[in-house]
Ligand binder design. Structure first.
Ligand SMILES: *Cc1c(COP(=O)(O)O)cnc(C)c1O
Length: 366
């Protein structure tokens, strides 16, 4: 059986370091925030090339807290519209709604799966105040075009970087440093994954960072002094500790993912299957390797039958989910076609070469 993602093997590589650090944690007596969390926040900020990183409970909270912090600062107000790619993971949309804002679904570019900058203009109204850009599957969106458009309309640009840890653009800037603020998830399956839930926000904005450090911890400025209507969404100390260890291997792990993708690109040659487009080296960290095919279900059961596990990211478009029934009336043909035809192949830093070759052989024989 070729697993879609062997998380146990991914983490087994760090076992001895994890155990040493866990003992230190146990003896420290500091179980909420403190030096270990601050230490990881500094490392992650430095890695992303930003001034501030704020550790939070998960990726969804990271996005909600960014929107809430901008409301505390008077930069956003309830009811403001936020442009978002229609084909994203549901969390991007939920974050907007949970923060009392209104999502406006924008069609993606079918080649890159990322928000189409040319579709942005038509979606802007007098209520539009922000764009939530998603670097879907690990590939950076066209930030130069998006930032230029946002600037002319005075829109905030927020990155959903949950799938793009370490993705770097042609100028050497990383995901997390390409807009006004960014939300990351450390869900175990992400390129930088914890052994439980975790998330972070990155920004260069000192004022925003200050509000965020408070919002994640009951809006606290000093013990039992609450300046904002805050939340309890703190990055767990144990997860911060694991993440600091794993961060050192992120670039090497992303390079391994890229090598798998290059192998697929070079060796899969089945006209029924469309491979993902990627250009600049480093601007795609292959959180997922997503191909498109017309008869997806047949292809998936063929691979299942040959013991190759695949997943679909994502089977139902957000605007067609029951949870978002007030948006079910929307017609978004590009998004709907994507959701009906994408399928993700196994990719990871620990996928054995033999498995990669088996997958290619099976696909070419389909
Ligand atoms: C994983 C993910 C999130 C949410 O992360 P959680 O930590 O699971 O809350 C948000 N956006 C995208 C694009 C994701 O892939």
């Amino acid at each position: 059986m070729i697993k879609f993602l062997d998380i146990k093997s991914i983490n087994a590589r760090f076992e001895s370091d994890f155990k040493i650090e866990f003992d230190r944690f146990l003896n420290s007596g500091q179980y909420i925030l403190g030096d270990t969390v601050a230490d990881f926040e500094n490392c992650f900020a430095q890695y992303c090339g930003v001034k501030y990183s704020i550790g939070v409970g998960n990726g969804l909270d990271a996005l909600i807290l960014i929107f809430k912090a901008y409301q505390e600062l008077g930069r956003l107000n309830p009811g403001d519209e936020v442009l978002v790619p229609a084909n994203t993971f549901i969390a991007s949309i939920f974050a907007i709604i949970h923060a009392d804002l209104v999502p406006v679904f924008v069609e993606p570019n079918p080649e890159t799966f990322n928000i189409d900058p040319n579709e942005i203009e038509a979606a802007i109204t007098w209520k539009t105040k922000a764009v939530l850009v998603v670097h879907l599957y690990g590939q950076l969106a066209d930030m130069a075009a998006i930032n230029a458009k946002a600037k002319t309309q005075n829109l905030l640009v927020i990155e959903d970087a949950a799938q793009a840890h370490g993705a770097v653009n042609a100028n050497g800037l990383k995901a997390g440093d390409l807009g006004d603020a960014a939300g990351f998830s450390f869900y175990p399956g992400k390129n930088l994954g914890a052994l439980g839930d975790g998330g972070a926000i990155t920004t260069n904005d000192a004022e925003l960072a200050k509000v965020l450090y408070q919002l994640r911890n009951y809006g606290t400025t000093s013990k039992y002094v609450n300046e904002h209507l805050g939340y309890n969404s703190r990055l767990d100390v144990i997860q911060a500790m694991f993440l600091k260890i794993k961060l050192k291997s992120l670039d090497a792990d992303n390079a391994k993912r890229l090598a798998v993708a290059m192998y697929y690109e070079k060796h899969i040659n089945n006209p029924k299957i469309k491979l993902p487009m990627f250009n600049e080296k480093g601007s795609h960290v292959f959180h997922q390797y997503v191909v498109t095919i017309e008869n997806r279900d047949g292809f998936k059961s063929y691979l299942d039958h040959h013991d190759v596990e695949t997943l679909i990211h994502y089977p139902i478009a957000p605007h067609q989910q029951k949870a978002l029934d007030s948006y079910n009336f929307l017609s978004l043909p590009i998004t709907e076609t994507i959701h009906n035809s994408v399928i993700s192949l196994p990719i990871s830093p620990v996928l054995p070469q033999q498995h990669i070759e088996t997958i290619v052989e099976l696909i070419n024989a389909y």
